[in-house]
Design a protein around this ligand. Structure first.
Ligand code: COA
Length: 257
């Protein structure tokens, strides 16, 4: 199936979703959001896919929601727009496989929020992040105020959302927004290396890590520990747990199902 605003390809166990409106720095339109949702649904239904990479064509990951769209929004349409965007983030969270944001350039507004909705973020050394909505007289509407505050803390999140300033990859890493930075020339190769290695890990354990952390951060600590105990126990329902331990003791690589 071909899409108008994104590219989708699967190589082995790794799928890549590429935002593809480079002439508009991949600004998010409702059509693009619809196509992203279609891809996420497809990925969720394909057990062969074990990792999803999201990246952008050209100079940007996503330079924000398409500002043209805002001219037409009344409060009702704005609510729907924000809810649709939030649903994309929930779809990413609900996938049992890791979703890596490979931020190749500008990740602004909805782009920064899309990156934060992924399980973790890798950045090219020339990537730029920011929540510049304040300069348009609005605020982030794709989870930015909430995810940014949880990732970097309340004070820094407010400073970034209030000033709208752009930060480079190095600062984003210092703040905890970015897990690793790779040189631009080898960026996608390095991201793919990690993705292929994640694709070899046990599916049950990978899903359990995602669920325990995503659901646990919203709970009080004791409830979070209980959630972890249940997830830990569930891992032992899969042969992967025995295989992992046996492989270690037999000094060989594990073969997970
Ligand atoms: N919505 C719609 N169009 C956008 C866009 C957005 N969020 N971001 C970039 N574009 C378009 C530009 O209008 C331009 O289109 P044109 O060639 O038809 O004029 C094209 O993408 C290239 O962008 P340009 O501004 O010329 O590139 P630049 O290198 O000078 O600046 C940015 C890059 C990212 C700093 C600048 O495009 C920008 O500030 N974008 C908006 C960021 C933003 O506020 N995002 C949050 C939205 S809620």
């Amino acid at each position: 199936m071909s899409y108008k605003t994104v590219l989708f390809n699967v190589e082995g166990k790794v799928a890549t979703l590429t935002f593809n409106r480079p002439e508009k720095l991949n600004a998010l339109t409702p059509e693009m959001m619809g196509e992203i949702a279609e891809v996420l649904e497809k990925v969720g239904k394909d057990p062969k896919i074990r990792v999803l990479i999201m990246t952008g064509q050209g100079r940007a990951f996503i330079a924000g929601a398409d500002i043209k769209v805002f001219l037409k929004l009344d409060p009702l349409a704005a609510r729907r727009f924000s809810q649709t965007a939030h649903r994309l983030a929930f779809m990413i969270e609900e996938l049992e496989i890791p979703v890596i944001a490979c931020v190749n350039g500008f990740a602004l507004g909805g782009g920064c929020e899309m990156a934060m909705a992924c399980d973790f973020v890798y950045a090219s050394e020339d990537a730029k992040f920011g929540q510049p909505e304040i300069n348009l007289g609005i605020i982030p509407g794709f989870g930015g105020t909430q995810r940014l505050a949880r990732l970097v803390g309340k004070g820094l999140a407010k400073e970034l959302c209030l000033t709208g300033r752009l930060i480079d990859a190095a600062e984003a890493r210092t703040l905890g927004l970015v897990a690793q930075i790779f040189p631009a020339a080898v960026f996608m190769d390095e991201c793919l290396k990690v993705a292929r290695s994640l694709a070899q890990k046990g599916r049950v354990a990978v899903g359990a890590v995602k669920q325990a952390i995503d659901r646990g951060v919203d709970l009080y600590l004791r409830a979070g520990y209980a959630l972890e105990t249940e997830a830990f126990a569930r891992c032992f329902a899969s042969p992967d747990a025995k295989e992992g331990a046996a492989a270690f003791l037999e000094k060989r690589q594990p073969k997970f199902e």
